[in-house]
Each structure stands twice: as C-alpha cells, then as structure tokens.
Design a protein around this ligand. Structure first.
Ligand SMILES: [Zn+2]
Length: 461
C-alpha cells in the first residue's frame, strides 16, 4: 500500500473551507483530519496553499472536425493541458458519422483515449443522422456507463428534426439516461447569417447579429416544453443568455430534472469584444455567440444561486491561421476556442477574487456540480473519504499573465492572451499520483482511465 499525506493546506469543497491533512492510499482518500501521522507515509507539505477537488470539465472536444477544419488539440495534447490546468477528469464526445453506429463512434474514441489520456475521462455520445436506426443502442450504452447523449438543435448535418429529437428524449428517458443539448435555433441563425452576407455585412463585428440571444431563448423554450411532456433528465450546454437563465430557473423550480452549464468565455467577455481587435474577435467566434454585459451579469448570478451547476469550457481550439483562412469573414471562421487549461485561473480570479463567487461556490461549479450533473459524483468532484484522490494544490497569491506560449494547449490563438490573474495551480494529483508540479509534467506516461458513470437522482441538485 502506498500512503501519502498532503499536509497543512486549506481544503476547499462546496460545503466548507477547512484546515486538515489528507491521507491518500492507493488512489483514494482514506482520511481527512488535522495532524495525521503515519510513520510509513510520504509527505507533501502544502502550507499556505488551497486544496481544490481536481477539476471536472464536462465539455471538451479533442479534437473536433468542423467543415474542412479540425481543431488543434488531440486527446494527448488536450488532456495534458487539462492536467496543467488542474483538471483531472474530462468528458469529451463520441461523434458518429451519419450512418455510423453509436458504439462504433465510441470505440474509436476509447482507443484514442486509452493511449493518450493524461487525465481520467468519459464520453458523451452524439446522436445524429439516421436517428431511428440508432435508438436501440441507447439502453446498452446507459448500462455500460455512458448515460449521456448529446444532441444539437443547430448546425445542418448535426441538428435533429423535432420528431427525431422527441424520439431521442423518450428513448433516453426509458433507458434511464440523460440528454445534453446544444440549444440554439440553428435554422434561424443560418437565415440571419445568410441575410447579413447578402447585405455585405461579413466582418467579425457582425457575428453577434448572426446568433442573437433569441436563438437560444427559442430553443431552450422548445426543449423545456418537450421535457415537460416527457420528463427526461436534461443538461443544457454553454448557456449564454439571461433569457435562458430565467427559463432554466423557472423549470428547475417546478422540479424538472434539469442542469445547465456556462463557459468562462460567456462570463469574461461580452459582445463588445467582437467590435475591436480582430484577433480577439476571431478567437471569440464560437456558438452560442458571446452576449451582452447584462447577460454576463445574469450568468454570474445563475452560478451564485445554483441555476447553473457547472462551468465547462467547450474546449475546441483552432490556430490563428485556421481562424483567418477565410479572411475577416465571420461566416468562414471555424467556431471554437481554447479553454481547458484556463478555466481555473479565470474562474478563480474573475470569480472568487472579484467577489462574484465564494470559495465554496467556486468549488461547486469547478468540480462537484459538473460531477453530479453527469454521474461522476461522489467518485469525482469532491474531497471526501472514499472519493478518488484527485486534487489541485493552488497558490492563491501568485500573479501571472495568461499567454498561449506559456500554456500547453496546442494553439497560438488564445482569447485570454495578456490577461493578468492572481492565483495559479502548482500541483495536480490524479488518483493519488502527482502528475504536474510547478508547471512541469511529472508523470512519465498518460495514466488517465475511463470512469464508468451512473446517474442517481439524489445527486442532482
Ligand atoms: Zn461543444
């Protein structure tokens, strides 16, 4: 048995901030109390540091093909960057081709991840294309530990017709799974895009007009209407607007099994950022678009009051060359941005340091909320006896500046380029093993493992 004691730090969970030592044995936390003593234990002294649960990022794309582009992080480079950013578990996506079975798309990702994952992982399974032929696979996948099915209400080729969407909702409900949704009215966004182009309004400054808040509001309204009829458990990805927050809050009040996330980009930037520097504007081309300062304020409020259970990243980086391959035309810019490594400093500095979130609220949206939302809790997402020993040791006082060249995501296109932050992860521990220390990779090979998930109603809050 290997025993390690993390000594002298301040433990932060969604419940409390406490001073105690943590004993880790064979990858699991086996004791939390002050002044732990074991003669045969290795000691790691973390005096003056905060200890967070390892980050859980429930929305990454490593990699993602859009049209003629493929995003720049492989599972290897992206999960390694995740480890540097204090993230110990990601949920990525298995995306079948239109005719491909769900299982076949999942198998491809599992092979990739088994060889390349520096942190633990699971996959959401996308349902698209010939939907009726794929529905019979759903119960088996739920049983096998993959209970979350992603559907798109936007993007031709991915978007489900409503009849298919209803069938997916019903089948997943019966199988005891959940559906996670890109909730934007795609046909409306496509129409508005075409109209803007027809009027010669092609520059990046027009991007917010191509995907206004009403696209999200309409899709969330429709989705929640369907949920009311079917009762399926839902999660809404990358919520960007005040209107959607109001709808989600109201539905949760009526007891609907519903969780939702936002992403750092919607909390940090606003639609004004599409108007200036073109590198920043191109970096911020993502869907949904980034909304107004008012929407931003309401998203922070949604995190504070529990309407949103998670901050995920939608990590999907492209290079500057890819972003500008069609010039300054917003409709030709691949949508997606880097974020898996920067979620922690952004959320800590612009959330906790800015007094928008308490430390316990931060711990919830950083790890526990996402773990609960997708059936990873209590193995992941918290610091408790019996949970995996996934920890981030965090120096709350270090001042540094975010720069693509100093980070580990495989891109030169960083929306946060030059942004100052206070607070930096100094050690990442995955199942009791130090994998990153002082900005160096310590682990000699990728040791991430697949985490089978199961949904338990009592764990959604
Ligand atoms: Zn996404």
């Amino acid at each position: 048995m290997t025993k390690t004691i993390i000594r002298g730090g301040k433990i932060v969970t969604s419940q409390a901030v406490t001073c105690a030592d943590i004993l880790m044995e064979n990858g699991v936390i086996t004791a939390i109390q002050p002044d732990l003593e074991f003669a045969d234990a290795t000691q790691i002294n973390v005096h003056g540091k905060l200890i967070f649960p390892g980050g859980v990022d429930v929305h990454t794309h490593m990699p993602w093909p859009t049209g003629s582009f493929i995003s720049t992080d492989t599972f290897a480079s992206g999960s390694r960057a995740a480890a540097f950013g204090g993230v110990t578990c990601v949920i990525d996506f298995a995306i079948p081709s239109e005719e491909e079975s769900l299982q076949s798309s999942l198998n491809r990702k599992l092979i990739e991840a088994e060889q390349e994952a520096w942190v633990d992982y699971s996959f959401h399974i996308n349902i698209r294309g010939d939907v009726p032929s794929k529905l019979n696979e759903i119960p088996g996948l739920v049983q096998a530990g993959f209970p979350s099915f992603k559907v798109f209400m936007a993007y031709e080729g991915f978007r489900l017709e409503d009849a298919d969407l209803l069938n997916v909702l019903k089948t997943v409900k019966e199988a005891g799974g959940m559906v996670n949704v890109h909730a934007e009215n795609g046909p409306l966004a496509d129409y508005l895009t075409t109209e803007l182009i027809r009027q010669g309004k092609r520059s990046l400054a027009f991007y917010p007009q191509a995907r206004p808040a009403i696209c999200e509001e309409e899709a969330v309204t429709r989705l929640l209407t369907y949920q009311e009829q079917i009762g399926v458990r839902l999660h809404i990805h990358h919520v960007s607007s005040a209107a959607a927050i109001d709808l989600i809050r109201a539905a949760r009040t009526t007891g609907q099994p519903l969780t939702a996330e936002t992403c750092p980009q919607y909390l940090f930037f606003s639609d004004e950022d599409y108007q200036g520097d073109s590198q920043l504007a191109a970096a911020l081309v993502c869907a949904p678009s980034i909304k107004s300062k008012h929407d931003q304020d309401v998203l922070w409020q949604g995190l504070k009051d529990g309407t949103l259970s998670a901050v995920a990243t939608d990590h999907c980086p492209y290079s500057l060359e890819q972003k500008f391959s069609g010039g300054n035309d917003f409709s030709l810019v691949p949508g997606g941005m880097a974020g898996v490594e920067t979620r922690l400093p952004i959320l800590f500095h612009y959330g906790v340091n800015a007094e928008k979130l308490s430390l316990t609220q931060f711990a919830y949206v950083w790890a526990e909320g996402p773990a609960r939302s997708f059936g990873l809790f209590p193995q992941k997402g918290t610091i408790a006896v019996g949970s995996d020993a996934d920890l981030v040791i965090f120096d709350p006082d270090e001042q540094w500046t975010l720069r693509a060249t100093d980070l580990h995501m495989n891109t030169d296109c960083l929306a946060y380029e030059g942004i100052p932050v206070t607070g930096r992860p100094v050690m990442t521990i995955l199942r009791g093993e130090v994998i990153v220390e002082d900005n160096h990779l310590v682990s000699d090979q990728p040791r991430g493992t697949l985490i089978p998930r199961s949904l338990q109603a009592e764990y959604i809050l």
